[in-house]
Every structure is written in C-alpha cells, then in structure tokens.
Design a protein around this ligand. Structure first.
Ligand code: MN
Ligand code: MN
Length: 461
C-alpha cells in the first residue's frame, strides 16, 4: 500500500459535497433550495413559520391533534402551541415503546421587537422604540430596509395580523445611522458600543396630520394605523410587533451555490426537518418534528423547549398507544437541529481550523456546544454519535464534525440540553452558516440538502 492509499484508509479528512456526491445530488440540492427560499420569504417570524408549516402539513393530510385523541399507526398530526411552536408527528408501525425519532429545530430568529409604548415623535419624524430579541450585532441593523410583522390583540379579543414591507408596493422602515462626516468620535468606539440598544429606533413617518399642533407627525402615524387596522395607541400594549430585514432570499455568487437570507438560523434546519417528516406515510418508527420558539432568548416560556409540552405530548402519544411514557422517552432519539458556524477566512483568528465546520462539506454533527469548559452543554455520548455515524454512512450522507470557534473565544447553546434532560438521546446536527445572526446570513445549498438527507436517514434507519 502506498502512502496515498494508506492515508485514504487511515486518516480523517473533510471532503466537500462536490467531491463526495454525484452531480444528480448536487442538482437536487439546488432544486431543494428553491422551495427553501420560498419558505424563508413566507416565514420571517415564528408565527409565520407556524402558519406556513401547517399549510404544508395539511397539504400532506396532517390533521390538528388534541391531547387525549386516539392514535393508530399511520396517523399524521400536528399540534399548534399558541401559534409560535409546532409539533408534527407520524405514528409508526412498530411498538411505541421502541421510542420516537425526534428532529427539533427552532423557528424564532434574532430581530428587533417593538416596546409596549413604542410610538413617539422627534425632529420632524415619528419612530418606534424597540427592544431587540436575541443576540444581534446592533451596528448591522441600521441603514437597511426593514419590514414590520406581528399581531395586535385588542382588549375585546380582536386579533389583527400585521405584515408590511414584504410586497413590492409596500413601504419599508428604517433605523437611522450617523453620517461618516460626523462619525469620527463614534468610529473610535468598540463595535458593540457604537450603536446602543436605545438608538435602535425605527423611522415610521414624517408627515403631520393636517396642521395640528404638537406631535402632529405621531398623530398622523396613529391616524394611518387606525385607518388601516382600527387600533388606538393603547392597543400596542397587547401587541407583538417586530421589525425584520425586508430582504428576500437571494442566490449568492456567480455559480449561485450559496443562498443569502434573513433567518437561516434556524430555518435552514427547520425546513429540511419539516419536509423530511412531511413525506413519510407509513414509517416504521414513530416520528416527530419540533419547531421551537424562544431558542434565541434561552428557550424560556411556554413556547420554548424548557416548557413541559414536549414530555407531555410524548406521554400522551405513549398512553394512547398503550406504552409506558418513561420507556418511550428512554428509547427515543433526537437530533437537535440547529445551525453551526462555518469557517470564515476573513476572521480566521477565532476558529480552530481542525475542528470548525467548513462550508459545503456537508451537514455538521456537533457532539457538544456550550462555552468555557463545556459548561451548559449536552455532550452526546460516544455510543450515540457512533450509532449516528453508522446511520449517515448507510445512507451516504455527507457530514462533518465541528464545534463553534476556539475554546476560549466564546460559544453558544442549543435546545439539545433541554431535550436530553427528558432522558432522550440527543445530539446537535445542522447546517454551517456564514455571518450567523446578521440581517442577511449565508449558507451553502449542498449543506442544506445534506441536512435534509440526514433527517430522512435518521427517520428511516
Ligand atoms: Mn440557532
Ligand atoms: Mn441563533
């Protein structure tokens, strides 16, 4: 055996999907990305992601599930948790005590929420005060077109859906930035301090109502909102409104192999996890797809993965099929499907190249996340990771190992530890992203497709 052959046999080397997969797979990946791009444009908030996913599920004969419903093999259900968090499941043919195969991704993304008393006027303009949601680099959110999404619930229960800035004819919104001519002092500040949170005020108007005195621009803004939505200023008190980038998903590069969009984290895992489940009709295993909310703020609250709803639903399914819930959980397996960070040569100093995911080298299996000495992580067992390696190999999925950046530089978490806490085997798997949490993030189409293939392999093995 010569050195080249021996090296192929003994040494681990990441290979790109273009090197390992055939042209048919690459073509399929580019095609799959079209459906994903449409999903991204339709689902910029967790609520919109829930509605879009339900529509897709109903087209595949999924029906709404109520706790206590009888269940049998082949049943396809979804459970809508407060319009922000969705569970979909297909009952398998094998005994439920063999466990459930769970793919869990999140559908919330970093953004800028309106405060409860948002509207004010100053300097000939009206603005919304905001409180950002999730980890953003604030300087990235100024001077870009923004759209407004969300719901307003009036005291009488009337619910108004808001979506402005996405259609061609819509106006967009904006956060002012300082001109370079007057920016010399600001330019000396660290990036994290140049744009403080209280400067993220969204420009929404500049024309006064008639010739009214005092706050006439604010009044006109409120007048227009009243005309369009029938709301008064106090209705903001019970609203969930947020601004997100108004961009659509777009191909990036001459070869169109990358996709740029707002909110790849974590729709780039949610979409393939969902579509992988929707095509299952009579699976062997019982399958579940979880689309979680609140991951970006710590998975808190009744729509986040720290809530009791996941074990509650597993218990309901177990009992309906005559299984012991504890046994079902103990035999369940989960892919915590969340993005990973791709090596970026522009910022090579924060990455440890041997253990960082590379763009277009396939879906990333992350044994542990966390930070500073593996704190706050689910560290998946060698046994579980070993089993998954076999699953991927049998299905020919192109995958790579990877962790987030250098040991002492920072870190991050996912929902994995909350699911593992229910005594469920869990490991992180997802798509590598460039410029994660930026208003416009970048992924590789072939990595997206390998994630889809990984979810199918995991469901069927
Ligand atoms: Mn994420
Ligand atoms: Mn994130």
């Amino acid at each position: 055996m010569n050195a080249k052959e021996l090296s192929e046999k003994l040494l681990y080397r990441k290979k790109s999907v273009y090197e390992k997969a055939d042209k048919k797979t690459v073509d399929a990946a580019f095609d799959f990305a079209k459906g994903y791009a449409a999903f991204l444009d339709a689902a910029k908030t967790e609520r919109e992601a829930v509605y879009t996913s339900i529509k897709m599920a109903e087209e595949k004969s999924f029906r709404p599930y109520k706790m206590g419903d009888a269940l049998k093999a082949g049943d396809k259900y979804y459970y809508n948790n407060r319009d922000k968090n969705l569970f979909l499941f297909v009952i398998g043919n094998e005994p439920i005590e063999n466990g459930i195969r769970i793919n869990a991704a999140h559908i919330d993304a970093p953004r800028i929420d309106l405060k409860q008393c948002p509207l004010y006027e100053e300097g000939g303009m009206s603005f919304f005060k905001t409180h950002y949601y999730g980890g953003i680099r604030k300087y990235q959110w100024v001077a870009i077109p923004l759209s407004l999404h969300g719901v307003i619930v009036k005291a009488d229960g009337t619910r108004i859906t808001v979506n402005i800035g996405e259609d061609e004819g819509d106006p967009v919104f904006y956060i002012n930035d300082l001109l370079p001519h007057l920016g010399h002092e600001t330019d000396k500040k660290p990036l994290g301090e140049a744009i403080p949170g209280e400067k993220l005020n969204v420009l929404v108007g500049s024309r006064p109502y008639d010739a009214a005195e005092g706050d006439a621009i604010k009044l006109n803004t409120m007048y227009l909102l009243n005309e369009k939505y029938g709301i008064t200023e106090d209705d903001f008190l019970s609203a969930e409104l947020c601004v997100v980038p108004a961009f659509k998903a777009r191909d990036i590069g001459f070869d169109r192999a990358l996709l740029g969009a707002y909110g790849h984290d974590d729709r780039v895992c949610a979409y393939p996890a969902l579509t992988a489940l929707l095509q299952e009709d009579a699976p062997t295993h019982t399958l579940m797809c979880v689309l979680a909310d609140k991951e970006e703020t710590g998975s808190e609250g009744n729509t986040g993965m720290k809530s009791a709803l996941l074990p509650d639903l597993i218990n309901q399914i177990a009992v309906a099929l005559g299984g012991d819930p504890a046994v079902v959980r103990a035999n369940s397996k989960c892919l915590s499907a969340d993005v990973s960070c791709a090596y970026d040569p522009n910022f090579s100093d924060v990455f440890e190249k041997r253990n960082t995911p590379l763009l277009s080298c396939g879906v990333v299996l992350t044994k542990y996340t966390g930070s500073r000495g593996k704190s706050s992580t689910n560290d998946a067992s060698a046994e579980y990771v070993g089993w998954l390696r076999g699953v991927m190999e049998r299905a020919g999925v192109v995958w790579q190992a990877g962790e987030l950046g250098k040991v002492d530089v920072g870190g991050g978490g996912t929902v994995a530890k909350y699911i593992a806490g229910h005594n469920i085997e869990t490991v992180d798997l997802g798509v590598p992203v460039i410029s994660m949490h930026a208003p416009f993030e970048v992924i590789s189409k072939v990595d997206l497709y390998e994630a889809y293939l990984a979810f199918i392999a995991f469901s069927r093995d």
